[in-house]
Design a protein around this ligand. Structure first.
Ligand code: MN
Length: 251
C-alpha cells in the first residue's frame, strides 16, 4: 500500500494539514509528523540544543514534535516511520509560498528535506491568509500527489505548489512556472512597550507582484495553480561552467 508522510509548518492541528490528510487518505496510508507549534518562517532550521519528543496524535496516525518542520521530516524518516514513504507532502500552508518566500518557508523546507533524502516531495500552499477554505487546494493536492507517485520528478527536484483562493470550479487550471524574483516589501511595525521602549514586529509584506510571464505569482494572480520545480543543488551552472574566472587564479 502506498505510504505518504505529511508534514507542515503551521502545526499538527492546522486546518490546512487536516484537509490535506483527508484528501491524501484516498491514495493510501498517511502518517502525519508535524510541529507542535506554529513554525512559519523557520525555513530549513533544525533543533540542536534541546531534545525532541514525539507525542502520538490522538486524531490520526502520526506524531506532533516540538521542533521545526525540518526536525519533523528528519525525525520521521530516521525514527518514526517503519519504511521510507513513497512521497512526502508538506502543507497545505495558510498563505502564499511563491516567489522568494520559498527561502523563508518552513512548508517548502519540509519538502526540501525529503528531497535531499531522495524521496519525492511537494509543498502545497493556499494563497490566502484569512477565512481559508482548503477544499480546492486539497483536491489539487490529491491529484498532484497521484501524478507524482506515478511519475516522480528527477532526483534533487521538489515540486512547489501555490493554489489561488476560491472554489475548485473557479481554478483556471495548472501552470508550469518559474520562481518569481520579485522583491518583498517588508512592513515592520514600530510599537512601544509599557516602559516606553520601542519594539518591532514584522506585520506582513506588501502585495506580491510577479514580474515575468512564467512567474509563479503571476500564475496565481491569473487564477492558475502554480507548479514550480525547485532544485536543492544551489550551484550556479553558468558560473561553475565559466570556471570561476579571476577568483581561481593561483594564490
Ligand atoms: Mn505556514
Amino acid at each position: 500500500m502506498t505510504h505518504i508522510l505529511l508534514a507542515n509548518d503551521d502545526g499538527a492541528d492546522a486546518p490546512g494539514l487536516i484537509a490535506a490528510y483527508e484528501a491524501l487518505c484516498e491514495l493510501g496510508e498517511v502518517t502525519v509528523v508535524a510541529p507542535a507549534q506554529q513554525q512559519s518562517g523557520q525555513a530549513h532550521a533544525i533543533t540542536l540544543e534541546t531534545p525532541l519528543r514525539a507525542n502520538r496524535l490522538r486524531e490520526r496516525p502520526g506524531y506532533r514534535v516540538p521542533g521545526t518542520p525540518v526536525d519533523c521530516v528528519k525525525l520521521a524518516l530516521n525514527q518514526l516511520v517503519e519504511s521510507p514513504p513513497e512521497l512526502v507532502v508538506s502543507g497545505i500552508n495558510q498563505g502564499t509560498n511563491g516567489g522568494i518566500l520559498v527561502h523563508y518557508s518552513g512548508t517548502v523546507a519540509a519538502a526540501k528535506e525529503a528531497c535531499l533524502q531522495g524521496i519525492p516531495a511537494m509543498a502545497v500552499s493556499l494563497c490566502q491568509y484569512r477565512d481559508c477554505d482548503y477544499s480546492a487546494a486539497a483536491r489539487v493536492t490529491r491529484t498532484l500527489a497521484e501524478r507524482l507517485l506515478a511519475q516522480p520528478l528527477p532526483r534533487g527536484v521538489l515540486l512547489n505548489v501555490n493554489v489561488p483562493p476560491g472554489p475548485y470550479e473557479a481554478l483556471a487550471g495548472l501552470r508550469w512556472c518559474r520562481q518569481s524574483l520579485a522583491s518583498l516589501d517588508d512592513v515592520y511595525e514600530r510599537r512601544e512597550d509599557p516602559r516606553g521602549r520601542p519594539y518591532y514586529w514584522l506585520g506582513g509584506s506588501g502585495p506580491f507582484k510577479g514580474e515575468a510571464e512564467h512567474d509563479d505569482l503571476i500564475a496565481v494572480e491569473g487564477g492558475y495553480v502554480a507548479l514550480t520545480p525547485l532544485r536543492v543543488d544551489w550551484t550556479d551552472e553558468e558560473s561553475w561552467r565559466g570556471g570561476g574566472s579571476a577568483l581561481v587564479e593561483p594564490l
